[in-house]
Design a protein around this ligand. Structure first.
Ligand code: KIV
Ligand code: ZN
Length: 511
């Protein structure tokens, strides 16, 4: 019988630490529900002490998402542990994950301590966390650059102190698969109480080896892998969940291990995370890239028609590909829409259905077929918790020698209009918006992509803006990309305004 490896998803914590990614609470909740549908074993929902928003997001996930263990991250500080416990304690299955650097550079340069002091802090904190929560995970940060003797010593001591999961992070993505395998084997041989815990690995992708390193650890006896959807994460990212899960499923013969993940939910999770975070998945990305199951070369197409196994080692339907193709159209009624939304995991009230159905009809009027990806966007916009301070009510643009935009906005029932010229219609629209709102900001990033299929596909615009050191991401979609761009810009402005007024009222700075 293959061993079942626990999948610890950290998209909402390490993934969200990706530069430029910032998810609001309702987006985090939507992702957490999808992770539960995917049947991951543990969701690391955030780092509660890092900001009031993160605390609230972890608390809502703990209260509302059922199935997986809900975990929060905490440094080895009593205030971190208390805040983390406050956030996760309402889950039926809470976990506190605490960490401290153990490599020479972390101990000496970052912490300014001795190894003995670090060991003492780790033990005391794990004990402190165990007084609150039965399920405690400990990570010796930068484990793969830590002296092996010291690593074994701190692992043994923290298990003794009550940690039931010991995570071995390759924090800077430095390890090779052979080193990872040797480290896990070494700990299994030298730490006398190692069988009292689950050994976990957490690999970053700086040298492109995070998945290989995670799988090497599994082969050497690790029982938990920490990973993220689409490999999102700090710098080059974390090990990608879909690659690990599908490698274990496809090569159970090689690894003698599998997972509890419902692989048919993978594509949906990948697209949701990509849409909500604005992080585009590269077309040739393993498992979830647009080309991952596409056969272009004639010789390959011929082979696949004769027998899929000639060039396909996984079935596209096993990752949920064909299931996302079902479409609705203009003539679909409320019942069909509600049913399809329920299949996608959205249970909505009658009032919400009214709003969503209206938006669905607008999209269906412009497009012949409304795909699941379109529905995801409609749902996201309908349930977003951003106060719409400024709303776009009219937009007219001309391109050519002097691109011009006339913009009409609404704020608190009052309508404002202005016009401006720019480098192109989008730039002109942004200048007109700046003039009306009087909000001056820097546009840091701008992209448009097609998020559904067909010539009349919906385009999603994502912008990143900055003002007074505060960044905000704005997203919006439409079949008209200039309109999507203007709405995304307003969405970012609205987010900034909400954040600024929240900061002003609680006296907090940004994270
Ligand atoms: O990469 C890392 O070391 C981490 C720890 C907090 C586990 O993310
Ligand atoms: Zn990490």
């Amino acid at each position: 019988m293959p061993r079942v490896i626990k999948i610890f998803d950290t998209t909402l914590r390490d993934g969200e630490q990706s530069p430029g990614a910032s998810l609001n609470i309702s987006e985090k909740l939507a992702i957490a529900h999808q992770l539960a549908a995917l049947n991951v074993d543990i969701i690391e929902a955030g780092f509660p002490i890092s900001s009031p928003e993160d605390f609230e997001a972890v608390r809502r996930v703990a209260r509302e998402v059922r199935g997986p263990v809900i975990c929060g991250l905490a440094r080895t500080l009593e205030e971190d542990i208390d805040r983390c416990w406050e956030a996760v304690k309402d889950s039926p299955r809470p976990r506190i994950h605490t960490f401290i650097g153990t490599s020479p550079v972390h101990i000496e340069k970052k912490l300014g301590k001795t190894p003995a002091e670090v060991l003492d802090i780790a033990v005391t904190t794990v004990q402190f966390a165990r007084e609150r929560c039965e399920d405690v995970e400990f990570s010796p940060e930068d484990a793969m650059r830590t002296d092996l003797h010291f690593l074994a010593e701190i692992v043994e001591a923290t298990i003794e102190a009550g940690a039931s999961t010991i995570n071995i992070p390759d924090t800077v993505g430095y390890a090779t698969p052979w080193e990872m395998s040797n480290t896990i084997q070494y700990l299994r041989e030298k730490v006398p109480n190692i069988d009292e815990c689950t050994i976990s690995v957490h690999c970053h992708d700086d040298l492109g080896m995070s998945v290989a390193n995670s799988l090497a650890a599994v082969k050497a006896g690790a029982g938990q892998v920490e990973c993220t959807i689409n490999g999102m994460g700090e710098r080059a990212g974390n090990a990608s969940l879909e690659e690990i899960v599908m490698a274990l499923k496809t090569r159970t013969d090689e690894f003698g291990a599998t997972t509890n993940v419902r692989t048919r939910q993978i594509i949906k999770a990948s697209r949701m995370v990509s849409n909500l975070s604005g992080f585009v998945v590269q077309p040739n990305k393993a498992i979830v890239g647009d080309n991952a199951f596409a056969h272009e070369a004639g010789i390959h197409q011929h082979g696949v028609i004769m027998d899929r196994q000639t060039y396909e080692i996984m079935k596209p339907e096993d990752v949920g590909l064909s299931e996302s193709m079902l479409t609705l159209g203009r003539r679909s009624g409320r019942h069909g829409l509600r049913q399809r939304l329920a299949d996608l995991g959205y249970e909505i009230s009658d009032e919400q259905l009214d709003v969503v159905y209206q938006r669905f009809l607008e999209v269906a009027d412009k497009k012949k077929q409304v795909y699941d990806e379109d529905l995801e966007l409609i749902m996201r916009e309908a349930t977003e918790e951003v106060t719409e301070t400024w709303r776009l009510v009219g937009l007219q643009t001309t391109s050519g020698a002097m691109p011009t935009a006339t913009v009409k906005l609404e704020k608190e029932g009052e309508t404002f209009a202005d016009a401006a010229c720019g480098n192109g219609p989008v730039d002109a629209a942004y200048q007109a918006i700046d003039r009306i709102t009087g909000v001056s900001l820097t546009l840091e990033d701008y992209s448009v992509r097609s998020v559904s299929m067909g010539r009349d596909a919906i385009g999603e615009a994502t912008v990143k803006v900055k003002r007074n050191g505060q960044e905000a991401l704005g997203k919006a979609s439409s079949t008209d990309i200039v309109e999507a761009s203007a709405k995304a810009y307003l969405n970012a402005i609205n987010r900034l305004l909400v954040r600024e007024s929240r900061n002003a009222s609680d006296g907090q700075g940004s994270r």
